[in-house]
Design a protein around this ligand. Structure first.
Ligand SMILES: O=P(O)(O)OC[C@H]1O[C@@H](O)[C@H](O)[C@@H](O)[C@@H]1O
Length: 341
């Protein structure tokens, strides 16, 4: 598909066709480009004001890039990532559905991350900030093969939006479309890989004093101590009933990522560290130093939907200068209000 110049984004063909059939223009015409990415897989480019950008592969509906106005990449994608089904792409924001990790009988993290999603040009309305001009809606429905391993009919809609201040939001809407009257339950995560300068210089605030399940200790439950979380070895924890705002402070970069989550009670924190990194085929030996996963999730208590019911889970990310005092998430409030998240 021919890529329109960034200054004059064009609606995708289906949206353009729909617009000509309507007397009233669509209030929210999604602006994006569809281009070929690695291994010929298609990806959507979102361009915001002042050079902000994001990329989303149709494979896995996976965000693989989020850049600020200095064209700096804010997400981590491994240099060894494999862009070939059935392997999930190592990095960015994989979607874990209908199972997080090994909490069930399906393959680790479920199948949504290694399925081909399609662009949904006519999604049901979703209230949005009118200042957001760059977004895309993707949809996944189960194939006959999927129904054999998880016998439930569903519609999973994901909107990825780039805000006017460069903030990135992902909104998932999952609907039970079973016609046999059956409910279904699932666990879920936005498996977000952040790019950091040096893991030993990073601190996470917002999870102190939380209870967590330690995946490195047979999912046993512990309580975190009062200090911000720092990293000196492998970590794989599911923090339970975590607050809606979490900050990742990168001292060297003088950058703070602020995560805001809705509908997702838990937060997973993962870094494989050196030994596990070496054992991973699609991950460089030293790359653990430059990434950290903080994953808004619903793990401990699966979400249950009756037929016709819909669940919504949202993640909003912003990257702000680290110019506030340690131990206080509150000063971020003003910035969050300014960002409208
Ligand atoms: O290699 P995968 O399947 O992408 O999983 C990576 C990690 O993902 C994390 O979310 C899990 O808590 C870890 O246990 C897991 O190792």
């Amino acid at each position: 598909m021919a890529a329109p110049p960034p200054s004059s984004p064009s609606p995708p063909p289906a949206a353009a066709a729909a617009a000509t059939q309507q007397t009233q223009p669509q209030p929210q015409t999604p602006f994006y480009e569809l281009v070929k990415g690695n291994s010929g897989l298609e990806k959507v480019l979102l361009r915001g004001t002042r050079g902000f950008s994001a990329e989303v592969y149709l494979y896995g509906a996976q965000v693989t890039s989020w850049k600020n106005d200095h064209a700096e990449e804010l997400l981590f994608v491994s240099s060894k990532a494999i862009f070939k089904p059935p392997k999930a792409i190592r990095g960015g924001i994989p979607i874990c559905f209908p199972q997080f990790g090994t909490h069930g009988n399906l393959e680790q993290h479920g199948f949504a991350r290694n399925r081909l999603w399609t662009i949904d040009d006519n999604p049901p309305p979703l209230p949005v900030n009118p200042a957001i001009k760059s977004f895309v809606d993707l949809i996944l429905r189960p194939s006959d093969e999927d129904l054999k391993i998880w016998p439930h009919s569903f519609e999973f809609r994901l909107r990825v939006a780039l805000g006017p201040n460069g903030d990135l939001s992902l909104t998932s809407r999952i609907r039970n479309t079973n016609t046999d009257g059956r409910s279904f339950s699932y666990t879920f995560a936005y498996h977000t890989y952040f790019s950091v300068s040096d893991i030993s210089e990073v601190r996470v605030e917002g999870l102190e004093t939380m209870d967590y399940l330690d995946n490195l200790k047979g999912k046993e439950r512990f309580t975190e101590q009062g200090d911000a979380i720092v990293f000196e070895s492998e970590i794989d924890k599911v923090y339970l009933a975590a607050p809606s705002k979490i900050a990742i402070i990168d001292h060297e970069k003088k950058r703070t990522f602020v995560l805001t989550k809705e509908g997702l009670p838990d937060a997973v924190v993962w870094n494989p560290w050196d030994k596990k990194a070496k054992a991973m085929q699609d991950f460089g030996d030293g790359e653990y130093k430059h990434m950290l996963c903080v994953e808004p999730a619903a793990v401990e208590k699966p979400i249950t939907l009756k037929p016709g019911e819909e669940w919504k889970g949202r993640l909003a990310l912003s990257a702000v200068p680290s110019s506030y005092c340690s131990g206080q998430l509150d000063p971020l409030k003003e910035h969050l209000i300014a960002l409208n998240i």
